[in-house]
Design a protein around this ligand. Structure first.
Ligand SMILES: [Zn+2]
Length: 147
């Protein structure tokens, strides 16, 4: 699955394309070099052991990271919930997800023992955690003092 975002250059009008990892970040127009801003992500961004540091560590805003697994029924039920949370909190919180069946480094850093686990991070530091499936309102409430 390729996730891409677009930003139109205000200077020359070129439509710049970038991987979703660049969402919410500043960049340069590939055509004229003018500064552009990629729009904040409105959907959960998939991160991996290798992209975690650049995406989560570079974020100015808090990151809500879901540790999930494709074989976990609760995770599959939480998928649309997480998408709604990402839309509602666009610009305030980045929502990301990490597949624990193919990534082990980041789950071990945070001591993840079950899925789904939701961890709110600021510059990589854990602020709060919630484990298990829950309604959207409950999920937002668990982290409301940090977002
Ligand atoms: Zn340009």
């Amino acid at each position: 699955m390729t996730q891409e975002i677009f930003a139109r250059c205000g200077s020359c009008g070129t439509l710049n394309k970038a991987p979703l990892m660049r969402a919410g970040m500043a960049g340069k127009c590939g055509q004229c070099g003018a500064a552009i801003n990629f729009p904040a992500p409105q959907a959960p961004v998939s991160v991996t052991d290798s992209s975690f540091d650049s995406y989560v560590g570079a974020a100015a805003e808090p990151v809500l990271l879901e540790f999930w697994s494709p074989t976990c029924g609760h995770c599959i039920r939480m998928e649309p919930v997480l998408e709604q949370v990402a839309r509602e909190l666009t610009g305030r919180v980045r929502v990301a997800k990490l597949d624990t069946s193919v990534n082990s480094r980041v789950p071990s850093i945070y001591g993840i023992s079950g899925t789904p686990s939701f961890v709110l991070l600021r510059r990589g530091k854990e602020q709060a955690r919630a484990v298990g499936a829950m309604p959207k309102e409950e999920l937002i409430k668990r982290f409301s003092q940090y977002i």
